[in-house]
Design a protein around this ligand. Sequence first.
Ligand SMILES: C[S@@+](CC[C@H](N)C(=O)[O-])C[C@H]1O[C@@H](n2cnc3c(N)ncnc32)[C@H](O)[C@@H]1O
Length: 306
Amino acid sequence: MSILSFPERGEGGDARYRGNCSPKVYEWLLKQARPRRLLDPVMGSGTSLDVALRSGIQAAGADLSTSPYHQALKARLERAGAQVHLGVDATRADLAGLFGPADLVVAHPAYGTQLVYSDDPRDMSQLGDDEVFYEALQALLVNMREATSVGGHYALIIGDTRKQGRYHSYQAEAIARLPRRELQCVRIKEQHHVASGRRDYGKLRWGLTLHEYLLVWQRQGQLYALLRDVSRQDAARSANTWKTIVRRALATLGGRSDLETLYTEVSRGAPDRVQANPNFKAKVRQTLQLLPDCVAEARGVWALAA
Ligand SMILES: C[S@@+](CC[C@H](N)C(=O)[O-])C[C@H]1O[C@@H](n2cnc3c(N)ncnc32)[C@H](O)[C@@H]1O
């Protein structure tokens, strides 16, 4: 099947969960990849886990959310035999250590800023700045790859978006940030029943984007091989930018900090970059001005906007 199009959603997960995915997409993926154990580190309403469990495949899942909805979902999935952890930042947690290896790791992360899942600054739907989002996406993918057993598959479901007149191809960015030789398949996944599809977009020159992509890679080697390949493709892409360093430091400090504490946290989080830049404090202040979700609450006190 070259284009994945399932007008009927199918059984599993929760059709009312915003941004949920059709179970039939996961059915198709399982049929091709034939895993024994699936891990979904951004499980949302648990669609992928439901599909795996009813196919006799071991299932594990995580989500950043610890809401009552997710506590109830965790209890339900655990009763069905799945391993579930909540409050997990899939871009940073040691997924391999937390769950052990899986031979299929699949993620349908939050992207763009139209669907906001929480006010947690680690939430991928909170990352309004392009560079920060791309680095988080890369961190998620490298993390997923690390949790995939050698020979197993890792897969991403993601769409593109248009923001302030600019087109952002998240799927192209994802492909560019991973080893070319590991890419196995790119499928277009038609989106049905999308809320925005019911509005009038007649004035858009290029019309609405009503599809996402399913990208599948096969893990072929150890991390050093990935780093070598990625750095050959583009060394700059794998380095954290100042925006990511500063935003992450502020998030680590609870989303609010005075400058001195922030300098200390930046020095702890990115010692090499700080050592290489004697004017790093000025760089931090300049970066704070550039981040769209950082606000000066008082003189010398910065916060991530909720
Ligand atoms: C598009 S939804 C997944 C929907 C899922 N495929 C389904 O069918 O229900 C994305 C999920 O990513 C979670 N999320 C956002 N940022 C995250 C992060 N940093 N780590 C883990 N989960 C995150 C959100 O809470 C949300 O549940």
